[in-house]
Design a binder for this molecule. Structure first.
Ligand SMILES: [Mg+2]
Length: 237
């Protein structure tokens, strides 16, 4: 099946379709430091066109919602941050799930007491330890993860990153379910955290890389990296 055929359910009735997109590794190429990531101009232009055409276009990220919006640069889109803990809709302030907000302080206290020299990223209620380029930190981070789990936090490993999360379940699939509202849906992503969302949409798009999980290839449409994903955006236009 061609990409165009796979997307027909969405392109035929965009007013009844919702497009959900992971950001890092899907729209923005993965770079050494997460803070240096950028969405290419062509990708942004295509997103802008798509935003005017579909009922909902939402970026679903592990980053804080405002950081995801800064990176993508399109205020007219909806942003789901911290894997679904935060919602940022056009013209509205960020909403944090109350159950998650209460945990934010505990997460920050834990990571402050468990520094290992990794680059830290504050995602609001989630804090990430990045160790790209510092593989020697991985054993120390395994110990931090064990301690975090014993202390009641949820930990998550991604592409050269360990996240310490609140001890309440939140994932991208739950976020998509909350927002899909009867729409025909597409979700595109490249990493472990995206697999939950693949389960709850009509069309899944796997963006492959050397580091992503093999399950990404089980998506309805499989493309090679953010460069390959541009072809999907063109087909959605
Ligand atoms: Mg990603």
């Amino acid at each position: 099946m061609t990409v165009t055929d796979a997307l027909r359910r969405l392109t035929e009735a965009p007013e009844r379709a919702g497009i959900f997109l992971d950001v890092d590794g899907t729209l923005a190429p993965i770079v050494e430091r997460a803070s240096d990531a950028a969405v290419p101009g062509e990708t942004r232009d295509l997103l802008e066109e798509i935003a005017g055409r579909y009922a909902l276009v939402a970026c679903v990220s592990g980053r804080a919602a405002e950081d995801a919006r800064r990176l993508v640069g399109l205020p007219q889109l909806t942003y789901v941050g911290s894997h679904g803990a935060e919602l940022l809709e056009p013209g509205k302030p960020v909403r944090v799930l109350p159950a998650f907000a209460e945990w934010a302080e505990r997460v920050h206290a834990f990571v402050a007491a468990h520094g290992v020299g990794a680059r830290m990223e504050d995602k609001g209620p989630i804090v990430a330890y990045h160790f790209r380029g510092s593989d020697e930190l991985e054993p120390k981070l395994r110990a931090v993860a064990d301690e975090a789990e014993r202390s009641g936090f949820i930990t998550h490993w991604g592409r050269k990153v360990l996240e310490v999360r609140p001890g309440v379940e939140v994932n991208k699939g739950m976020a998509v379910k909350e927002l899909r509202d009867g729409l025909t849906t597409l979700y595109a992503g490249d990493d472990v955290t995206d697999l939950d969302a693949f389960e709850v949409v009509d069309v899944s798009v796997g963006v492959t890389s050397d580091e992503g999980p093999p399950e990404i290839r089980r998506a309805d449409v499989v493309v090679d990296g953010p460069e390959g994903f541009v072809e999907v955006l063109r087909a959605l236009r």
